[in-house]
Design a protein around this ligand. Structure first.
Ligand SMILES: Cc1ncc(COP(=O)(O)O)c(C=O)c1O
Length: 353
């Protein structure tokens, strides 16, 4: 066997470090764990796991339909939103095609595009914010999709509704715009894009959401895409029949209805994100403005070294070398107690920065 030559230099995904017993602030998970309603749904569904799931996920898609005020046919579920990305590229990309995205963004876009023999183009950012004009300038007749992450992982920065509308008005209708909103629930900026409204106006828009972050279900692997039913029908062609398990569907449906847990998560994030930003800026560190559940911090001695010093304190954070930001680290916003532990550790560690 010989690996395809075009995949030989594909960088492997570097996940946030999981060390048993350590406080993990490395993967932007929900610091409260799963919500009570999701836990109950998993418990009560467990005796049915000998039966294959219904791949059409009728209950969850109906619940999403009423939440978004769209027909069930506007939704596709994935084994995490990661899988929806490969459904997009599997449906639309051939060798010789290209995708366009930004530098310093989520690596799964490039993985998904290259899996099908296509290439990825990356536009530079403007002061750590996606530059939509620069992205547009890289689109050509072989571009099948652009991938926009908003808020962007790992910078936490956002582009506005006005910028996105101007972009959508200019991009050819034949190019799919994948708007990855994995962290959108955490965004509270007044000009943050209203993707629901844009879906009505732009039939080439696909919005990606996930149950891994605010809903606390990262290990259940449920994400979804929202788009015009004709696009969703294309993606259904390349979907594995049983891609999202019964417990995962049940947990996600229950989580969607757990308003209290959702609000508690957002309230904590709003307060604690500000606390972390102020504490680190107060010590003279550059911290990017964040609309997500994590913050990006510039270090004087390299992200990898800071990662190691914080790890020696029993906490994992994310060095951003694999995102092309070797001086930076990303820290997930935790509970008040976790953030207290982190800030104490940071104060001790920074003497060695
Ligand atoms: C921007 C972004 N998109 C998508 C995902 C994938 O999420 P999922 O767990 O739904 O596959 C992540 C996970 O970290 C992410 O940061």
């Amino acid at each position: 066997m010989r690996l395809r030559e075009d995949l030989a230099d594909l960088p492997p995904y570097v996940p946030g470090k999981l060390i048993p017993g350590y406080l993990k602030l490395a993967s932007n998970e929900n610091p409260f764990g799963p919500g009570p309603r999701a836990i109950e749904a998993i418990r009560s569904g467990v005796l049915g796991v000998h039966v294959y799931p219904d791949g059409a996920a009728p209950e969850l898609r109906a619940a999403l339909g009423s939440r978004w005020r769209l027909p069930t046919e506007a939704f596709i579920l994935g084994n995490g939103s990661d899988e929806v990305l490969t459904l997009v590229t599997g449906a639309y990309f051939r060798p010789g095609d290209n995708g366009v995205t930004s530098e310093h963004t989520f690596s799964a876009y490039e993985f998904s595009v290259r899996l099908f023999g296509a290439t990825m183009r990356r536009a530079p950012q403007r002061d750590y914010v996606l530059d939509l004009e620069a992205i547009l300038s890289l689109v050509d007749s072989r571009t099948r999709a652009v991938f926009l992450c908003n808020p962007n992982n790992p910078t936490g920065t956002v582009f506005s509704q006005t910028e996105l509308k101007a972009f959508l008005a200019k991009i050819p209708a034949s190019v799919l715009v994948v708007l990855d909103e994995a962290y959108a629930e955490f965004a509270d900026a007044p000009d943050f894009p209203d993707s629901r409204a844009l879906l009505d106006d732009y039939p080439n828009l696909l919005v990606l959401r996930t149950f891994s972050k605010v809903y606390g279900l990262a290990s259940m692997r449920v994400g979804y895409g929202i788009a015009a039913p004709s696009i969703i029908a294309d993606l259904q062609v390349v979907r594995q029949p049983f891609n999202v398990g019964t417990l995962s569907q049940a947990a996600a449906t229950a989580a969607l209805g757990d308003r209290d847990f959702f609000e508690k998560t957002l309230a904590n994030n709003r307060q604690e994100r500000q606390r972390l930003i102020e504490a680190l800026r107060g010590q003279g560190f550059r911290v990017l403005p964040s609309q997500a559940n994590f913050i990006a911090v510039q270090t004087p001695c390299g992200g990898q070294k800071v990662f190691e010093l914080i790890r020696d304190e029993g906490i994992t954070i994310r060095p951003l070398g694999s995102f092309g930001l070797p001086d930076w680290v990303r820290i997930t916003v935790g509970t008040p107690e976790q953030n207290g532990v982190f800030l104490d550790a940071w104060s001790r560690a920074k003497k060695k920065f």
